[in-house]
Design a protein around this ligand. Structure first.
Ligand code: PEP
Ligand code: MN
Length: 366
């Protein structure tokens, strides 16, 4: 079922300046009035218009710094008044929502641990009824696109129309160098379903280390996402949370200036003709791939028949390991990555086993 969201275009929020990226920056946590004001003044002087700071912090272990709570909202108010920046913070309960509305916070975001929880989402959606405040929803910690969409739907049904998303990567068993696996394919899927939803990436929580921020931000821009939320602290080494991933305001500016922003599309005639030709080639190749997959599965079916008549088990793992090793070897010659070839051939093999199982399920040969 195609689900729709009724949203207000980000150009009408009057929050962000174009061209891309739209930037939200500020410390992981508001720690003290001095730290908040010093960071905010420096960011504002460097042209940042939207300031973030966590007031209530969802921490893995109790006893870690859990945020300064409501007093921090007064500092955000001061940032607004003194620098003219818009301010935003994370909300996770209806109480947070009411407090933020009371202190004139301009925008809210829902964190990854809360967007995974429909009860909390509904509670916050109810608290946001009849307000006009923009809300950005981070992806749930686990890579579940429907859960993310469900969170957006709850808010939208409660009348939140200034709605956007922040992609911050996923907790997975996968071994990655990043704190949270980027899983860009889920972002791409969401973007394809809701092309008008303002889309931010959060390279800070994805990377978990400032050394990854540039490459992840560039990837987000190359995917055509509109914005970046990046943690910035006046003195990252003494930050009370996420010290390793925060940038000083000058370093943030250097990062933003290093980004290569490519056009989302071009009306240039040569470009259009060139891209149309290349896409036509791709379409033909994809059609050929389908034909080849079809032929491959026909042979798999015959193998299934053959095994059935000779009463042989379907899975001979030794044989598959050999095939895969051979394919990886050849892949190099074609400039293909081992990982890609492994993924593709494992998918083909899985389907082949399924087809053979189907043949076997027809019962013993008469
Ligand atoms: C944050 O933005 O400070 C935060 C806690 O992020 P996430 O919900 O992505 O972990
Ligand atoms: Mn953080």
């Amino acid at each position: 079922m195609a689900r729709t969201l009724d949203i207000v275009p980000v150009s009408e929020w009057e929050f962000f300046t174009l061209p891309r990226p739209m930037v939200i920056a500020g410390p992981c946590s508001a720690e003290s009035e001095e730290q908040v004001m010093e960071t905010a003044r420096d960011l504002a002087a460097r042209g940042i218009h939207v300031f973030r700071a966590g007031i209530w912090k969802p921490r893995t272990h109790p006893g870690s710094f859990e945020g300064v709570g409501t007093p921090g909202l007064k500092w955000l108010k001061k940032v607004k008044e003194e620098t003219g920046m818009k301010v935003c913070c994370e909300v996770a309960t209806e109480k947070h929502v009411y407090e933020c509305l009371k202190y004139g916070v301009d925008m809210l975001w829902v964190g990854a641990r809360s967007s995974a929880n429909p009860f909390l989402m509904q509670e916050m959606a109810d608290a946001l009824q009849d307000t006009d405040i923009p809300v950005l929803v981070k992806n749930p910690v686990n890579p579940d696109l429907d859960l993310w969409i469900g969170a957006l739907e709850r808010l939208n049904r409660a009348g939140v129309r200034k709605l956007g998303v922040i992609h911050r990567g996923f907790s997975t068993m996968e071994n990655t160098q990043y704190r949270n696996a980027p899983g860009w394919q889920i972002a791409i899927e969401l973007r394809t379903r809701y092309p008008d939803l303002p889309f931010f990436a959060d390279p800070s929580h994805m990377g978990g280390d400032r050394k990854y921020l540039l490459e992840l931000s560039q990837q987000a821009m190359d995917l055509g996402l509109e914005g970046l939320m990046i943690e910035s602290h006046c003195n990252p080494s003494v930050a009370l949370s996420d010290a390793k991933q925060q940038l000083t305001p000058p370093d943030l500016l250097t990062l933003l200036e290093s980004l290569q922003i490519r056009e989302k599309d071009s009306v240039d005639q040569d470009y259009r003709e060139g891209i149309d030709q290349l896409r036509a080639q791709i379409d033909i190749i994809d059609e050929n791939l389908l034909y080849t997959f079809g032929s491959r599965m026909n042979v798999s079916e015959k193998i299934g028949e053959y095994k059935r008549t000779h009463n042989v088990a379907i899975l001979q793992t030794g044989r598959w390991d050999q095939v895969l090793a051979g394919m990886k070897e050849k892949a190099r010659k074609y400039g293909l990555s081992e990982k890609f070839i492994e993924d593709v051939f494992n998918a083909i093999h899985e389907e082949s086993v399924r087809v053979q199982n189907e043949v076997l399920a027809r019962g013993p040969q008469a």
